[in-house]
Design a protein around this ligand. Structure first.
Ligand SMILES: Nc1nc2c(c(=O)[nH]1)N[C@H]1C(S)=C(S)[C@@H](COP(=O)(O)O)O[C@H]1N2
Ligand SMILES: [Mo]
Length: 365
């Protein structure tokens, strides 16, 4: 059985469709996540597309609808953006502890990863298709060929982003990841990469872009990836119900040490990620080693990539005995993560951005 180029340590939630994340200790090792460690999130079978037969249709509210081959797409300017993808289901496991969420994978802290994506700007392709230079509010819908039986009714995967976001210089039609052609599981030959938005909008195996007045009516835009109120039965929620997820709000996790670990006396290194999408950046990361009574500021590490996570770290002296580690990040608008997963619980288990908590025991000196 194929593991789609992933390392053996991956936590595989499902084989079919393939859904896997790296254990926290592996994820924190590198700023740019190796492809073998990058999480994989699929709603249907992973298609195998022939790059020579692939084409991208660009249509809808454009004056010159286009069909581009891979070579024609690669004739546009090449752009590389280091960007984090974060699944809206990241850290769902802690919501499931509050109340069960049937039918959804119990993602830990690893449904997020960072890569160097290379491709053409989506905005350049839209310009070539004669997008009205001053369009009203609109959206760009993305269509893929992978048919998901989890959708109601079963249908190919799709989604959309607002036109204003689609035209941002960071939004790519990417054919390479970390300097190599996209692998089959990550969307070969071409995927959309929408930095700052939930991973669901970075549609893999993209084959059609449509400029249209409304968001996509695809199941994964209109019905899934929405926050429905806690008292609504998610199987009864239909198109347009709930809050549609787009920009990622501020989030952070502790990747080392692991929850439940026993550590030797002496200095303890603590590290993890913080990330925020939309127009925001991570401003500060606070760490508590006493369950939230006192906080210290973590070092923020490499800060050069506007669309990538912050890998923070700190080193503390801990007395022997049990400790509750907590992390909370702040963004540059002054927003902070909510304290409890219970306050965020929603029936599909999206967007758990509560303070991350890790329990450890330190040996007596
Ligand atoms: N065609 C297609 N694109 C897709 C998906 C999918 O199932 N099919 N999953 C989405 C979701 S929910 C996420 S989080 C990201 C994950 O990207 P990755 O598998 O490359 O990590 O892809 C998105 N694009
Ligand atoms: Mo996702």
């Amino acid at each position: 059985m194929t593991s789609w180029g992933k390392r053996d340590e991956m936590i595989v939630h499902e084989r079919d469709p393939f859904n896997a994340e790296a254990p926290p200790g592996v994820l924190v090792e590198e700023f740019v996540t190796p492809v073998s460690t990058f999480y994989s999130r699929n709603h249907g079978p992973i298609p195998e597309l022939d790059p020579d037969a692939w084409s991208l249709r660009v249509d809808g509210a454009v004056s010159r609808p286009l069909t581009l081959t891979l070579a024609q797409l690669q004739a546009f300017d090449h752009v590389t953006v280091t960007a984090t993808l974060q699944c809206a289901g990241n850290r769902r496991a802690d919501l499931i502890k509050v109340q069960d969420i049937p039918g959804e994978d119990p993602w830990g802290r690893g449904a997020t990863s960072t890569a160097e994506w290379t491709g053409a700007r989506l905005g350049d392709v839209l310009d070539a298709a004669g997008l009205d230079p001053a369009p009203g509010a609109g959206h760009v819908a993305f269509d893929a060929p992978d048919v998901s039986q989890l959708a109601d009714p079963p249908q190919p995967y799709g989604g959309s982003v607002p036109l204003a976001k689609a035209r941002g210089p960071e939004v790519l039609l990417a054919w390479a990841m970390n300097g190599a052609p996209l692998t089959q599981a990550h969307g070969a030959p071409v995927r959309v990469v929408v930095p700052g938005y939930i991973g669901a909008r970075s549609v893999k195996w993209v084959q059609r872009l449509t400029v249209q007045p409304e968001p996509s009516d695809n199941y994964f835009q209109a019905t899934a990836y929405r926050i429905v109120p806690p008292d609504v039965d998610p199987t009864q929620a239909g198109p347009g119900d709930g809050i549609s997820l787009g920009p990622v709000v501020v989030n952070a996790a502790i990747l080392a040490p692991f929850d439940g670990s026993r550590l030797p006396a002496g200095r303890t290194d603590i590290s993890g990620y913080a990330y925020v999408g939309g127009d925001r950046t991570v401003a500060r990361v606070d760490l508590s080693t006493d369950g939230g009574s006192t906080w210290v500021q973590a070092d923020l590490g490499r800060r050069t990539d506007r669309w990538a996570w912050t890998l923070w770290s700190t080193s503390v002296d801990l007395a022997g005995g049990p400790h509750t580690l907590l992390v909370r990040a702040w963004d540059d608008a002054g927003a902070q993560q909510p304290e409890s997963p219970a306050s965020l619980w929603n029936p599909k288990g999206y967007a758990n951005t509560s303070w991350d908590r890790v329990e450890i025991v330190v040996d007596a000196a």
